[in-house]
Design a protein around this ligand. Structure first.
Ligand SMILES: Cc1ncc(COP(=O)(O)O)c(C=O)c1O
Length: 374
């Protein structure tokens, strides 16, 4: 611990030192993080290679690096390099999965009532029927309820969003994965908000996520990890050539390869920092955020104070507009946060919230500045 009360001060310092100086106070990693100089330079270097060598020659030259990237990303999800496909976003990962799975129309999918609305929309596009999983009053999965559902009337698969976009709750994914495995029901984990933030190596059949949030890679890159038993049941639009792992068929041929290179470097930085240490500091930042902000100016924190995440959401006092507050924080105080409307998770949200999501480099002073501005 250090004198600001947060563990692993060295991580905060190295994060700050390894990035461009922020123009203000960035408390918005649940939207999109700040990339490191190393990740930025690696992506720029690859783009330069494309200009020098030609895009396809440069891609072939980056092949080993990309394969190492698949390996370490797979490691975060408890899978191997062959199980990993680079895609363009978390949404693109879900689309790739559902395209390949080809489930019969009307198949039921167990989802949280607070499921991320675009995920629900994608499932409906594939004629699937999302049905609410049992939860407690805060939206946390009720494991005994899940066990009963799996025993009585199991859905075709369970889709769990590990940490919400609209609420910084960490769902009990390891326990849910174990229950699903016992029941023979596939378990899909949306790790868009948890890769780089929480442990995602929990026994899921599918883990998908995105580069730009807690892994702090470039925008426009995502990952889809599928265990071989399920991957074997997927049918891609076009088969991959012989000798290439089947999941490679889900990578788009035309892609922002420089972005993939940047992500690989960002994931390497994450591993070098020590995922356990990262999680401890992020959880401590979440706790500090909640302690500092709850009740300030009438704003109320939604999450339990010691929820082990860095994401905090705040309900506004009566008559205060969250979108206008978010804009005021940015223009008058240089504070970057997000306004989340109820359309983000209409099955659970009753009104808008202000989302505050500091990454490792945030300071208590940043959080105090936000408290003062609110
Ligand atoms: C929980 C969750 N799932 C999925 C997504 C979609 O991610 P992407 O924008 O990379 O498609 C997000 C993005 O905010 C998210 O928060």
């Amino acid at each position: 611990m250090t004198d600001d009360g947060l563990p692993h001060a060295d991580l905060g310092a190295s994060w700050r030192a390894g990035r461009p100086r922020p123009a203000g106070r960035h408390l918005d990693s649940a939207a999109s993080s700040r990339q490191s100089n190393r990740a930025l330079e690696a992506a720029a270097h690859h783009a330069r290679h494309e200009a020098e060598l030609g895009g396809y020659v440069a891609e072939a030259a980056a092949d080993d690096l990309l394969q190492q990237g698949r390996s370490v990303i797979g490691g975060l999800a408890g899978m191997a390099a062959a199980d990993v496909a680079f895609v363009e976003s978390a949404q693109a990962a879900l689309v790739a999965l559902l395209t390949g799975w080809r489930l019969p129309a009307g198949s039921r999918v167990g989802c949280l009532p607070g499921e991320y609305a675009p995920n629900v929309a994608q499932m409906r596009t594939y004629a699937l029927r999302p049905e609410p999983l049992p939860v407690d009053g805060l939206g946390r999965l009720d494991l005994s309820g899940l066990a009963r559902l799996l025993a009585a009337d199991p859905p075709r698969f369970v889709h769990l969003t590990h940490i919400g976009s609209h609420r910084g709750l960490l769902q009990p994914a390891a326990e849910a994965a174990a229950l699903c495995r016992e029941a023979g029901v596939h378990f899909v984990l949306d790790a868009a908000q948890s890769l780089g933030h929480a442990d995602a190596d929990l026994g899921a059949d599918v883990v998908y996520g995105t580069s730009r949030k807690w892994l702090a890679g470039p925008r426009g890159v995502g990952v889809l990890c599928v265990r071989p038993s399920l991957a074997a049941a997927l049918t891609p639009v076009l088969p991959e050539p012989e000798g290439v792992p089947p999941m490679r068929a889900f990578e788009s041929g035309e892609a922002h390869v420089a972005g993939r290179v940047g992500l690989v470097v960002a994931v390497g930085d994450h591993l070098a920092a020590g995922p356990h240490r990262v999680r401890e500091r992020l959880s401590a930042l979440g706790r500090a955020t909640r302690e500092l902000l709850d009740g300030v100016g009438g704003w109320r924190v939604v999450e339990p104070v010691d929820e082990p995440t860095a994401t905090t959401t705040l309900r506004p006092p009566d008559g205060v507009d969250v979108v206008a507050t978010r804009a005021r924080l940015l223009t008058e105080h240089g504070i970057v946060a997000s306004a989340i409307g109820p359309e983000r998770a209409p099955g659970e949200m009753t009104g808008p919230v202000l989302r505050v999501s500091p990454h490792l480099d945030a300071t208590i002073e940043d959080l105090e500045a936000l408290a003062a501005a609110l």
